[in-house]
Design a protein. Structure first.
Length: 118
């Protein structure tokens, strides 16, 4: 059973930075396309960033381009989301997502709260 555990959320002032981590266990990490999603109060869950299995390809939501960076360390079974220049609109619960390329199973973490004060 694949488990994803996020960490690194917290309270930050607007303009500040946070780095989220997502540690995976229970499966072959290199077989997963990884992503970050978020869900703000009263909003639907939305895509934030994604990264290919090797880390060579990344994609971002327009709202975070140039401010957020997704990366992965396959030796540590971990994916990261570096968030800079945070805005109040970035406040949300951030979820780690893994898609197994062998069978397209989708796994989710429990989420980590990010709060941005104005």
């Amino acid at each position: 059973q694949v488990q994803l555990v996020e960490s690194g959320g917290g309270l930050v002032q607007a303009g500040g930075s946070l780095r989220l981590s997502c540690a995976a266990s229970g499966g072959p990490f290199s077989m997963y396309v990884m992503g970050w999603f978020r869900q703000g109060p009263g909003k639907e869950r939305e895509f934030v960033a994604g990264i290919s299995r090797s880390g060579s390809t990344t994609s971002y939501a327009d709202s975070v381009k140039g401010r957020f960076t997704i990366s992965r360390d396959n030796a540590k079974n971990t994916v990261y989301l570096q968030m800079n220049s945070l805005k109040p609109d970035d406040a949300a619960v951030y979820y780690c997502n893994a898609v197994d390329v062998r069978n397209h199973y989708v796994y989710w973490g429990q989420g980590t709260q990010v709060t941005v004060s104005a």
